[in-house]
Design a protein around this ligand. Structure first.
Ligand SMILES: Nc1ncnc2c1ncn2[C@@H]1O[C@H](COP(=O)(O)OP(=O)(O)OP(=O)(O)O)[C@@H](O)[C@H]1O
Length: 123
């Protein structure tokens, strides 16, 4: 029982750390605010165009994917700034590739959004 309580406390702390990271991401990083705005805009479009459930699910999955990629990109930036504050070609590549991950998710999410909206408007 005691072990279970200690384990549960550890898991709860981990949740706390995750929320602290999410708060840091959303409050201190301008790109995240843009993603949140895009997400809210898409939620509004889903509601106005009366999207069926599967379209809401697609939009939520894409939005979660973009935010998760932005979180990982920010984590990479933190670590690179920590271990390589001076210029290094690999530090630059690490940041560029991490940013590329965000770009991939954003571009494909944009395409999904266009397809869903186009389908609603023209079919
Ligand atoms: N230590 C470094 N060594 C080499 N190149 C770096 C280094 N730090 C940054 N760079 C280059 O500068 C670019 C911008 O880095 P920066 O840390 O400003 O990230 P950013 O993309 O502006 O971050 P944000 O997502 O917060 O706007 C990187 O993508 C990388 O090409």
């Amino acid at each position: 029982m005691k072990r279970l309580i200690i384990y549960s406390r550890g898991r709860l702390s981990a949740f706390g750390y995750a929320f602290r990271g999410a708060y840091d991401l959303l409050v201190n990083h301008a790109p995240s605010k843009i993603h949140i705005l895009a997400f809210l805009g898409m939620m509004l479009i889903c509601w106005v165009l009366d999207f069926p459930l599967w379209k809401w699910v697609a939009v939520l999955m894409c939005s979660g994917m973009v935010l998760a990629a932005e979180a990982l990109n920010t984590a990479v930036e933190y670590v690179v700034d920590l271990v390589s504050p001076d210029y290094h070609v690999l530090a630059g590549k690490a940041k560029d590739v991490a940013a590329g991950a965000v770009l991939f998710t954003a571009v494909f999410s944009g395409i999904v959004a266009l397809l869903l909206i186009g389908d609603a408007l023209f079919n």
